[in-house]
Design a protein around this ligand. Structure first.
Ligand code: FES
Length: 248
């Protein structure tokens, strides 16, 4: 079923990211996604960046569909189906949310009084949702050094005692996640990662999202660290729109 929902407000978060807020009376867990359809253009997967009574889709402008979506005005409708996918596992105790680029969008519903954050971006103006964390619970890294640590997300994680957290949740571009997985691979930590791939059906039929026999749309998009460590294609290949496998 396609949901048709009116947007309440469209908030600018960074020069390339907007958030669309709306009411949708459906049960959604952090980490799940919907397939958003923009008539006449295409359909793309998006994780919810708020999952309570008020919901939110946070849009990174990177193509025709997301560009059109980012321009939706209050009162206009958006269309989507779902929710789909496996949510993050919730835990009691201290959590660390690690988001690069627009990755903090799908982690935002996990921000609470027990959460600390690591937010990384190319530059200060692209840091997403860092203001939602308490000032003493946020570590920032930027590629150009305009804010926080000058370096990448792993450089920021080196500053933190990762073993102190009950769970570490990660979301971001695949190469960034690969660098995190390589960094923590032999450490004894609980980590869940939200992966991204091309998705067409979102329900386990088309195989466009497959990686090492896992289908991201039904087996994921969230996976624990030990499962990601078994994925030989992770961080090395992706499927093109045509279905052809491309090596990075
Ligand atoms: S998107 Fe079609 S199988 Fe996952």
């Amino acid at each position: 079923m396609i949901n048709s929902i009116r947007i309440l407000r469209n908030e600018i978060n960074t020069p390339t990211v907007n958030s669309l807020y709306f009411h949708w009376d459906a049960m959604v867990e952090p980490g799940q996604f919907v397939m958003v359809w923009v008539p006449g253009i295409s359909e793309i997967p998006m994780s919810l960046s708020l999952t309570g009574k008020e919901k939110c889709l946070t849009v990174k402008k990177y193509g025709d569909t997301s560009n059109a979506l980012s321009k939706v005005e209050p009162g206009e409708r958006i269309f989507f189906r779902g929710p789909y996918g496996k949510p993050f596992t919730r835990v009691k105790g201290k959590t660390l949310l690690v988001g690069g680029g627009s990755g903090m969008a799908s982690l935002r519903p996990l921000i609470d009084k027990n959460a600390s954050g690591v937010v990384a971006a190319r530059s200060s103006d692209e840091l997403l949702f860092k203001e939602l964390f308490a000032k003493d619970r946020i570590t920032v890294a930027t590629d150009d050094g305009s804010e926080g640590i000058k370096g990448n997300i792993v450089d920021a994680m080196r500053e933190i005692e990762l073993e102190a957290f009950e769970m570490i949740y990660v979301c971001g571009p695949e190469r960034m996640i690969k660098s995190i997985v390589d960094f923590v691979s032999v450490r004894k930590i609980n980590m869940e990662l939200s992966l991204e791939r091309n998705m067409k059906c979102g329900i386990g039929i088309c195989d466009s999202c497959s990686i090492d026999g896992f289908q991201l749309c039904t087996d994921g998009p969230t996976f624990n660290l030990s499962t990601v460590l078994t994925m030989k294609e992770f961080g090395r290949t992706k499927l093109a729109e045509s279905g052809k496998r491309i090596w990075f």
